[in-house]
Design a protein around this ligand. Sequence first.
Ligand code: SF4
Ligand code: SF4
Length: 431
Amino acid sequence: MRFPLALTAKIAAYIIGKKLRGVEKFATVLQLEPLHTCNLTCTGCGRIREYSTSLKNVMPLEDCLGAAAECDAPMVSICGGEPLIYPQIEALVGGLLGQGRIVYVCTNASFMRKKMREYLAMETLRASASVDEKIQVLLSEELISQKDADEIRKGPKDETKPVIAPSDWMYWNVHLDGLERTHDLIVEREGVFKEAVLAMRMAKILGYQVATNTTVYKETEVQEIEDMFAFLSSLALDGHTIAPGYEYDAAKVDMVKRLGIEPETFFLTRKLTIEKFANVEKWGEQYPIFGTPVYLEFLAGKRDLTCSAWAIPTRNVRGWKGPCYLMTDGHYTSYRELLEKTNWDAIGVVDGVARDPRCENCMMNCGYEPTAALGLHAQPGDMWKNIKFNFGKRPLGTPNAEIEAFNGVSAGKGHLTGGKKDIPAETAVTA
Ligand code: SF4
Ligand code: SF4
């Protein structure tokens, strides 16, 4: 199966229960943003630009857990900002798992290895022999240093502080926008891709579930996406999501002011999205891509869907963000208020016409995947397609040892990734 049976059953039972009770609009995934602080400044990121980046602006733990209980979505994606900076991330993950939710920790992976070392240190109290075996493997794979190993063996610094342990109900969801050069260029820092790969390898050795999350921009070459999936196949990860980049207003302003790039050179139009995703159904057959085949058909331009942004609500430091994960017209005090006060008939694209001009180029999963998953625009045969996609044999990918994933260093030219100097001249603002 593409997605574990217990998790699929949980989601299916939830959706069927809502439909049987005649509930028209309900949450399937909560995008929980406990903070907007991040250690990176990715080029296309609207979040860190739209919201304060002060560490003082965090959601209290009880509000985070209360938001999940209130909307009752079976899946919670903890994002941000960088969620591993959230001071109570361990208690948050544990609390959500305790509520029976499927938890995704969406991370740039910079702090993943630290969190996993803390987990190992705690494990020494329970099973020190097996921790020692793991340490030997991690040392031989150069995923921890001898100093790290010594620290782990000393045990936890605070035995009462929770840790993030492997769970069948939790995924590390690692942000990866391409191979080394592209990814480090987009996240605007060298070494981030390498660290993400080390963290994912370490996570798999320790028994965590690991997925990746890729945004495709105008500059992303289709061949590179295919190379990235082939490279990731060699890491034996659990799944991937992929979506087209959206032009956040805040990101657009930042691009012009700080980087001197015109947003049109970076973000995709609908037409370009369809071109870039022409092979997405093939990728879905080859690789363990999460989601629905209907959404993939939509991305490939083979069918139309309308937006169901109400199914993937966002809760952050200011409240329930509306109307969707991408656009901000206001923040509400409850999920119910978000549902009641948003004019859902005024958003999305219907029959090629944008009901809100800001939606014109959006084909993102946060609006359209739930439409597909909930069968809101079902066509004959969709149910069979979904069953085959999700219950059929899990694609294992096609590892390719020839892929040069670590392509950020170019012999004789120094490291190409990183700063303003690296933005191709043709994309720079000249006026
Ligand atoms: S890692 Fe995520 S939150 Fe941080 S800047 Fe990049 S996209 Fe934004
Ligand atoms: S189409 Fe996209 S931008 Fe518009 S409401 Fe839906 S998710 Fe938001």
